[in-house]
Ligand binder design. Structure first.
Ligand code: SF4
Ligand code: SF4
Length: 64
């Protein structure tokens, strides 16, 4: 499992990129995307998904 960013809601603030402990979030083309192969859902590192926690837009970083 992995998280994904809903591009239609993302403001491209960039906050999530720096909080991801897996380096799974990158700016690609015209949007921030989560590499599902890199995303660990923050398991072992945090109790909550850091991208979802830091994102200012509710329900933008969601389970894929
Ligand atoms: S859930 Fe965690 S590991 Fe996955 S993209 Fe978000 S911050 Fe990174
Ligand atoms: S924190 Fe949320 S709004 Fe900001 S770039 Fe990441 S997904 Fe987009």
């Amino acid at each position: 499992m992995a998280f994904k960013i809903l591009a239609s809601q993302c403001t491209q603030c960039g906050a999530c990129e720096f909080e991801c402990p897996s380096g799974a979030i990158k700016f690609k083309g015209e949007a921030y995307v989560i590499d599902p192969k890199e995303c660990t859902e923050c398991k072992e590192a945090f109790d909550t998904q850091q991208c979802a926690s830091v994102c200012p837009v509710p329900k933008t970083c969601v389970p894929a």
